[in-house]
Design a protein around this ligand. Sequence first.
Ligand SMILES: [Zn+2]
Length: 145
Amino acid sequence: MAGGKTGGRPVEIICPACKCDAILRREAVYDGLRKTGERLFCSACGHEFSNEASIPFKRAAKPRIFTDEDRSERVDVFRNDERGRNCRHCAHYTVNPFTQRCGLTWRIVEATDTCEKFEPRPTDGDKRGKKETNGASSGDGHPDR
Ligand SMILES: [Zn+2]
């Protein structure tokens, strides 16, 4: 047992015999005083695996650590979502004669801006169906009849 031993941690498996989450049990096989091999068992039902390659380790089912690939996928998902998060649909969106501001940070925003503090405005637009983007910025102090 000098060197070469790969830790004594329990190894999780999903046993094909009993379909349980189980622990792989290793049992050393000795020929006299010499260790000649290992037998591998399911801790739940005692099913014996013929070799290590045939063991259904649970490792694959573990939640993965985020990689850069995952992150870029996440951004894409977020982007799709952003379409519904424009400032013009936000409860904090405030239209003044000259500017459009965020009522929360009081920063000047565009109607098409997106914001992480977005809150959907209740009953937005449906009441009158008017367009609120046109009015504010394109000088409409002239009732044109
Ligand atoms: Zn089993």
